[in-house]
Design a protein around this ligand. Structure first.
Ligand code: SME
Length: 151
């Protein structure tokens, strides 16, 4: 993965005055999935109003039935409460996991903060086992910082 190039791509999308915020997030999902071979599903979940649940927003990849995820449930719901990156090299080793298909082997979720408040996250599924490194966390933290500026 070429982190510098991807960061530049993300930054250009965020700064594109012709795009609405939801279009920017959609393009970010598409760019990440197209450019990182082991990113098979890329999506954003955000807190659903005042409810303690996450709601699926923009995504790239196979449609999922998990459009609402209660806080605490699955990898995503745990990150909504922990405020921490969650890297899962092997989803089969997780008890509190919501499957989005038998192809998915691993997952990474990075929270998005606005004024120190966890407002949502980027969620990535991979069909490869154990593909994520520190570079993925660095890239995705950058993405989350940029997406936070849209709120
Ligand atoms: N696997 C997630 C559910 C969302 S899908 O990956 C799109 C979880 O355990 O929270």
């Amino acid at each position: 993965m070429n982190i510098t190039l991807l960061k530049n791509n993300i930054s250009a999308i965020i700064n594109d005055a012709n795009l609405k915020s939801n279009e920017k997030r959609q393009q970010i999902c598409d760019v990440l999935r197209a450019n990182v071979s082991y990113y098979d599903w890329v999506g954003f979940y955000f807190k659903n109003g005042t409810k303690n649940e996450l709601k699926l927003a923009e995504f790239s990849g196979k449609p999922t039935s998990h459009k609402i995820i209660p806080f605490g449930k699955g990898i995503c719901g745990q990150v909504a409460l922990s405020n921490q990156n969650f890297v899962v090299p092997n989803v089969q080793e997780q008890d509190n996991y919501i499957s989005c298909g038998i192809d998915v082997k691993s997952e990474i979720v990075i929270p998005i903060f606005v004024n120190n408040k966890n407002i949502g996250q980027i969620d990535i599924d991979s069909h490869q086992a154990n593909p994520f490194s520190k570079n993925d966390e660095i890239l995705l933290e950058y993405v989350c910082e940029k997406v936070a500026t849209l709120f």
